[in-house]
Design a protein around this ligand. Structure first.
Ligand code: MTE
Length: 321
């Protein structure tokens, strides 16, 4: 992965995401009759938002002890979205230059009883989104704490009715060369972006499909309208703007694993004991903590050992990194 560690203080006030970018999706939410702002929601009202997103905070997933949610302007202004740019500040601009993420269809296939084609707005309505605050740890050794709106992946798996042959899930992102300058600028990547999970990982209670952030519809630069969130894994597993999910019997190939298998494993569980070949994973820089803040220690499974540790019992985590 190309890394360019930009510094927190490089994010200027003028780079805060504009309200306009959200208006069309927010109108859609209103039209669905779902816009009932709840006090039990982390919203960005303090930063000028005018509407809530229809989700309720799930109190099982409050900000982890000793953390507070990263400011909205950093979550939506400091991004990795290579379909647009490898620069952290450009996705916010380039993903909002006419790229349409609504309407959006997602197809589900492979080892399922019957392939499905679903409208994402309809799906979100059916799945009754909730809000969960999760830690987020990028493989580049920076971190955030993010209030996501969405629904557990296992709810969608139930709906998809996989057969007994299904052992893995393969996720695929859109491929539209006109929408994303990155496809042509970085032709050496095996587009479209793909990711994968083992079936039991996907069914774990933490695996989440996000449709929003901070009580607002997911901004394009964060992977609108639907992206994966697996908080115990490095951020590159959290594939954005999903168009397909396939249930497979073999471990699927994934973009980063194919590009650099020694650097980016299929599992990619956050692990301070397993260094990336080019840098340590023992500590992390907290985005928004300030230029002179100390890096904090990284936690095994990003602090979610209790929830997911059992999935890897008996596995050599140094080999299966
Ligand atoms: N999904 C797609 N389709 N394209 C990407 O470039 N980058 C990944 C992941 N999902 C990426 C992606 C990486 S490396 C990270 S760290 C997270 O998205 C960043 O998510 P964020 O921009 O919402 O913080």
């Amino acid at each position: 992965m190309q890394i360019k560690i930009a510094k927190d203080w490089e994010l200027r006030e003028s780079e805060v995401t504009s309200e306009d970018a959200y208006l069309s999706r927010r109108r859609m939410i209103k039209a669905l009759g779902l816009a009932t702002a709840s006090p039990l929601v982390f919203s960005s009202l303090a930063e000028g938002a005018t509407e809530g997103f229809p989700t309720k905070l799930n109190k099982k997933y409050l900000p982890p002890k000793g953390t507070k949610p990263t400011e909205f302007k950093y979550v939506t202004g400091y991004n990795n979205f290579y379909e647009f740019s490898t620069d952290k500040f450009e996705p916010r601009i380039l993903a909002n230059r006419g790229w349409k993420t609504e309407p959006w269809t997602i197809e589900i296939g492979g080892h399922v009883e019957k392939p499905l084609k679903l409208d994402v707005n309809e799906l979100a309505k059916e799945m009754a989104p909730e809000q969960r605050v999760y830690r987020f740890r990028c493989v580049e050794a920076w971190s955030m704490v993010i209030p996501w709106d969405g629904f557990p992946l296992n709810k969608l798996i139930k709906k998809a009715k996989p057969t007994s042959k299904a052992k893995y899930l393969k996720f695929t992102t859109f491929l539209d060369k006109k929408a994303g300058p990155g496809f042509q600028k970085y032709p050496y990547y095996d587009w479209p972006y793909t990711e994968g999970l083992r079936m039991d990982e996907a069914n774990n209670e933490l695996s989440f499909l996000a449709t929003g952030i901070y009580g607002r519809a997911l901004p394009n630069q964060n992977g609108a309208p639907l992206r994966l969130v697996v908080p115990w894994k490095y951020g590159f597993k959290c594939i954005k703007s999903i168009v397909r999910i396939d249930f497979t019997d073999k471990q699927p190939s994934t973009l980063w694993n194919a590009a650099a298998p020694r650097e980016y494993g299929f599992y990619a569980n956050v692990n301070p004991e397993v260094a990336h070949p080019r840098w340590s994973q023992a500590r992390e820089r907290v985005i928004g903590a300030g230029a002179f803040a100390d890096r904090i220690p990284t936690l095994k499974f990003n602090g979610y050992q209790k929830e997911v540790g059992h999935l890897y019992e008996g596995m050599d985590l140094k080999k299966n990194f």
